[in-house]
Design a protein around this ligand. Sequence first.
Ligand code: SF4
Length: 369
Amino acid sequence: MLDLFSEEKDDDYKPTITETELSDDEVLVELKKIKEELKDKVVVLGHHYQQDDVIEFADITGDSLQLAREAAKLDKEYIIFCGVHFMAETADMLTKPSVKVILPDLKAGCSMADMARRSEIDRAWNFITKSTKKKVVPVTYINCAASLKAFVGDNGGSICTSSNAEKVISWALTQGEKLLFFPDQHLGRNTCFKMGILLSDMVIYNPNMLNGGVTAEQIDNAKVILWYGFCSVHQGFTKDQVFAIKKKDPEIQVIVHPECPFDVVQAADDAGSTSYIIEKIEKSAAGSKFAVGTEINLVNRLATQFPDKTIVSLSPYQCLCTTMYRVRPRWLLASFRAIKDNMPINVISVPADIASSSMKALDRMLAIK
Ligand code: SF4
């Protein structure tokens, strides 16, 4: 886990709940009670990829942008954010200073976000800007640490989400001649290709190789420089899975997240953000059939919510986000108990200078229509 900002805790205070103290079922009973008791103080946000036992306790559910927007409107003393660390950081930056944002498990990171460190971005920027005289505009996917959002804010760029990536990239290419997109290569490539940019105008910068594995000439010739990162969940889908499921049932519609590899998105019938996928399934007629290429907790929940439609995972394997899965009801209960004891744990607090630079990038994103 990288660049995670959390407040110092009293090491003597450990409100962990062992399995010998409470069984999984007892945890759920205790959670119901304490949530009711603290309802005036605490609001629970739950990302769509959380497990059902956690979502059951969420007051608001959504994708990362929806939850960040909701967090900004909240006026409770505490937000318990059932998601991963970059989401809790974003919520902390968007909420009033009096609101404390808590991540139930500090190890709930995001493997994609962890693929771009601030020191690596600084080194890449140095190489890229020395390699070309053309203006490069940095855009980061919201799935990154606050220190990267701050980099983008300080260098004239913007943040994007999977819902608005096309608009933000179009804006960036009016601000300069080249785009540096991080950390997810697939969202960058899929979006740029959809906008008409040729694959041959894109290069990959791999931070694990000398000078990113590219020459200064390649940087100078490219329109888009894609960071090497990817989501370990969405990277697992394959075009062969699309062909296999279509062969079995030609009527099934394959819809995937744009964090999936390029050939999967090209083979699918449709691609879009988590909110787009949910909306498309919600609005479809009874009897519709979907094979969905995204995280399994969301796919299973949609299948339960819409029993009149066929909704299956595109992959025969469990496409589970293991970092999201770290947030267990047991840790949610521990967070509630700590609040009750006035000893909140796992409070995410982004330093003021990082928050202020990041907000420049967030504000630019919100201003892009
Ligand atoms: S699904 Fe992928 S991008 Fe989303 S939190 Fe998990 S690892 Fe990160």
